[in-house]
Write a protein that binds this ligand. Structure first.
Ligand SMILES: [Fe+2]
Ligand SMILES: [Fe+2]
Length: 261
């Protein structure tokens, strides 16, 4: 206690886009939506990892064409696929279980469009590989604003993805939860979770002009994770009760106890 939580730096959205600050918004109307604030303060709920997994029993992801069963099964399927292929990397197994837990947002009143689906950088021109690119952005005012509609937009070349403001969703939220609660997982684990829905980058091959050397070094890890996220989806559902003790052991090792969400 008493140490500064790691997530207390300035919100990049305010650094880059000061017109979105609430003080400026008094005059200019509402530029940005601040309903995500309660989730960035981790005051939503206190619960252990497996309680969050159990919450996803109640969630079917509307954006996923490959899954029509609760997301809790997808968590175990992904984890077990990784465990089979990488038996000696127990932290990676846990990434499989954790990666979509940010979707609890959809059970906390957030609309699914703000929780699931692909992610992409905001404040620059959306690249062609963003899913539904043509229909999604046609009414976006940023594309009429020269500051935000070039390839670089509000960024410097190769600034690094850690300095890029991504569209909000379950990836960024879960990454912030992991940081706030001091998960003792390796950097690769944080990276996989933070960018697993950034398909325009890890699969589409776009946005390389924003990447640092570190981003490119981490890319193969994100792509390795993606194989299991995608291809372990199967209507033959696992015996979750039998798997829980193994994963509880990993949770006790890397992210024990009751966490702040
Ligand atoms: Fe996901
Ligand atoms: Fe997933």
């Amino acid at each position: 206690m008493g140490s500064i939580p790691p997530n207390q730096g300035p919100d990049p959205s305010l650094v880059y886009r000061p017109e979105g600050h609430p003080e400026a918004a008094k005059d200019k109307g509402s530029f940005r939506n601040y309903t995500h604030a309660q989730f960035r303060s981790f005051s939503y709920k206190r619960m252990a990892v497996l309680e969050a997994v159990d919450m996803l029993d109640r969630l079917v992801d509307e954006s996923d064409p490959d899954v029509d069963f609760p997301n809790s099964f997808h968590a175990f399927q992904t984890a077990e696929g990784i465990r089979q292929a990488h038996p000696n990397k127990d932290w990676f197994h846990l990434v499989g279980l954790l990666h979509d837990l940010g979707k609890v947002l959809a059970l906390a009143g957030e609309p699914q469009w703000a929780v699931v689906g692909d992610t992409f950088p905001v404040g620059c021109r959306p690249q062609a590989s963003v899913v539904f690119h043509d229909s999604t952005f046609q009414d976006n005012p940023d594309l009429q604003d020269p500051r935000y509609s070039s390839d670089l937009g509000m960024y410097q070349p190769h600034c690094g993805l850690e300095n890029v403001l991504m569209s909000w969703g379950h990836d960024e939220y879960m990454y912030q939860v992991m940081k706030f609660n001091n998960f003792s997982l390796p950097p690769e684990a944080f990276y996989m979770i933070r960018f697993h829905s950034f398909y325009p980058w890890h699969t589409g091959g776009d946005y390389r002009h924003l990447c640092s050397e570190q981003d490119l070094a981490m890319l193969p890890w994100v792509q390795e994770f993606n194989k299991f996220d995608l291809y372990t989806k199967c209507p033959d559902l696992p015996d979750v009760g039998q798997l829980r003790p193994y994963y509880q052991g990993l949770i006790d090792k890397y992210c024990p106890g009751v966490l702040s969400w």
